[in-house]
Ligand binder design. Sequence first.
Ligand SMILES: [Zn+2]
Length: 287
Amino acid sequence: MKPTQRLKLLATVFCFATFLLLACNGTGNGKIKTPDSDTSINHPHADTLLSDNEVKAEAPDAISKMEQGYALPRHTENLAQSPINIISGKTDKAGSEKITLLFHSDITVAENLGHTVELEFKEGSSCTVNGKDYASRQFHFHTPSEHLVDGVTFPMEMHIVNVLHDSANVSKDAYLVVAVLFKIGAENKFLKEFLDKIPTREGDKSALKTGEVKFDDLISQFTNNEFKSYYTYKGSLTTPPFTESVQWIILKHVVEASEDQIMTIEKMEGNNARHVQAINDRKIYSQ
Ligand SMILES: [Zn+2]
């Protein structure tokens, strides 16, 4: 071997060894943080708190995720967003509060909003939870479900939106949203009452006669005990402006509807489920 050849070989070996060292450092004992290794209390949402459903800001698709409505922890103030994936084994036992849902059942308008199918309650409809009075405004649908339970998506989720009566407190717990999950099964009597009354054209409304759609026909699909069985947590609206003033109640009893019924709604609104958001340090209660 000529001296120049030997030099070349040495240089190659040196380069290779350096590469190996760097590569090892990157994947081995380097300073990679794990969720347990940082006890910093100054930055409770520092980059060590990577948890369920979290999207990293540095992920290649972070921008498009943000456009899809993800909140990016550490980069936004939004740390209590909805929906979430409820891990039933990680819930806390709820207190002794009882949900008393006292709905006035008159539903007056069925609306095709394009992004969702919505029905409005007659003014004066209300619901009471833990002694707080809420005005029942409307209910609408998401296909598929927005909330997941133990990672499972359901074909449809209904949101019953109620607003706190006391307007002085609008910034705090202003909304109470009751979520009903649907699975494919028998035809649903309640849905049948209005599915053919939803205008097919986007933006159209149709007036409903009193008693034509009976909310009690949904309520009666739950036994008393099933109505007391729910997950609850504090979160946000799942559409802009994603306001974090929502008390969520997700009823555990899953209601049946026929595939045709769910498809009818899905055809009108498309996929309108926001992606699950990071739970962060919130508690999810189970009752
Ligand atoms: Zn909704």
